[in-house]
Design a protein around this ligand. Sequence first.
Ligand code: FAD
Length: 501
Amino acid sequence: LTADNYPNVKRDPRFSQLTREDVDHFKSILSSPSSVVYAQDDASELQGFNTDWVRKYRGQSQLVLKPKSVEEVGEILKYCNKRKLAVVPQGGNTGLVGGSVPVFDEIVVSLSAMNNIRSFDDVSGVLVCDAGVILESADSYLRERNHIFPLDLGAKGSCHVGGNVSTNAGGLRLLRYGSLHGTVLGVEAVLPDGTILNDLQILRKNNTGFDLKQIFIGSEGTVGIITGISILCPRRSNSVNTAYFGLNSFDQVKKAFIKAKKDLGEILSAFELMDGLTQDLYHTVTKKPYPLADRYPFHILIETSGSNVEHDMAKLEAFLEEVMGDEIVADGTLAQDKSQADELWKWREGLSEACAHWGGTYKYDVSIPLNEFYTLIEDCRKRFDEAGLVGGTTDESKPVVGVVGWGHMGDSNLHLNVSVRWYDKQVEKLLEPWVYEWIQKRKGSISAEHGLGFAKRDYVQYSRDATALEIMRRVKRTFDPQGIMNPPMVLFPSHQAATIS
Ligand code: FAD
């Protein structure tokens, strides 16, 4: 989709058009010539920055800036604010809601050249690093020091820790290590007028006024650019076990979850759900044999992380005895070593890519109370079947390959994915606002962990009331009175009426 496809969203004429003089100015303030990528000099390099991970949104930015220090970010924003040039911060560009790419001609400020670890204290476990450090690199650095990053997700090879904090990413182990709102201790950020906020706290306790970092966590680049973070990292577990199960119904899945919490308790670090169709798509794309002899309507992946191998194994055995003995699970396998565990994880982590294999995916990342958790997928599938739009992996005349679900069940977080051959108006009409109304009726959240971005900006009222939106609007105005940060995808569009004075 390009700007021409957004009938309701127009480029705000208050923002200036980029000129050659602006580009020359940026060249003069940035230390390296490679920090400025201008379309008129090198159009090909811009493509990747203008297109999002799901290849659904495409902007027309003419300029990418890659500052190397917080001071350079400060100079960039100071100038953009003065000249009223709109900006979109970009990390690894793996966001799934169209928030990381320009919608019109916003300048992309990429954090990719700010990728240093600044310090690590192995007594407290506090890591301080640049925002542009790739998540996997941070985790590898920590592993060598017997720690781990408290967040893990399928895009770890590309996403930045600054992007993770900006989206308040949840990921695979939130169940165990909690949200970034708890683990991030501080941020260094540049405000839209170029002011540098150095709030890189390294202590857990600090009750000295407003907790400013929380404004930046999950703000999706709307209040400033995060340039550094400090984060509390747990010690690496001595004993990690991964098990993969097949189950015949969602009721059985719920029973397995109750047992896992009871038997595995504090060592339970992931409880992931994948429906049978997701496993079929992954199998079709990768040609890998299924992990179990049969493919079941539901699969779960359970991970435990503890400090004592014997103690953990005893707990796991008790759990296996109960779920097998009570016929809650139909079949299962326990990874014997790290490479087997990594292989099992691929049947969960590889699903986004497998779904996008045929052309694209409509993605909905939602929170739903567990009672009706999987009903959303069943209801959605029914809508598409009735409309005759589903062609499976073979019928190329139909837009929809399949309606599938997976998610972080331990956090009540479901990913509804409609895998398609092409993005299609008929498909969109069946999905929106139907999905959001469905969620609202169950008091769920229309965005559990991916954020709002451009994809959901017009639907936020399904999860937040007018008073909450007005307060957010005021916070945005305080930080960014000119509105230069990510203007087309602002969290709280002005067309939603203010109700507090
Ligand atoms: P980008 O995509 O570049 O940006 C995301 C948003 O943050 C944009 O609005 C951007 O403007 C803003 N931003 C980026 N960097 C900064 C900065 N330094 N300062 C201010 N604003 C900034 N998410 C989950 O929560 N859980 C998952 O399990 C999960 N799994 C995923 C699996 C795959 C295969 C993929 C592709 C994505 C997945 N995601 C998941 C989406 C997730 O939001 C991103 O992967 C990640 O958190 C975004 O980081 P990024 O560096 O790529 O940010």
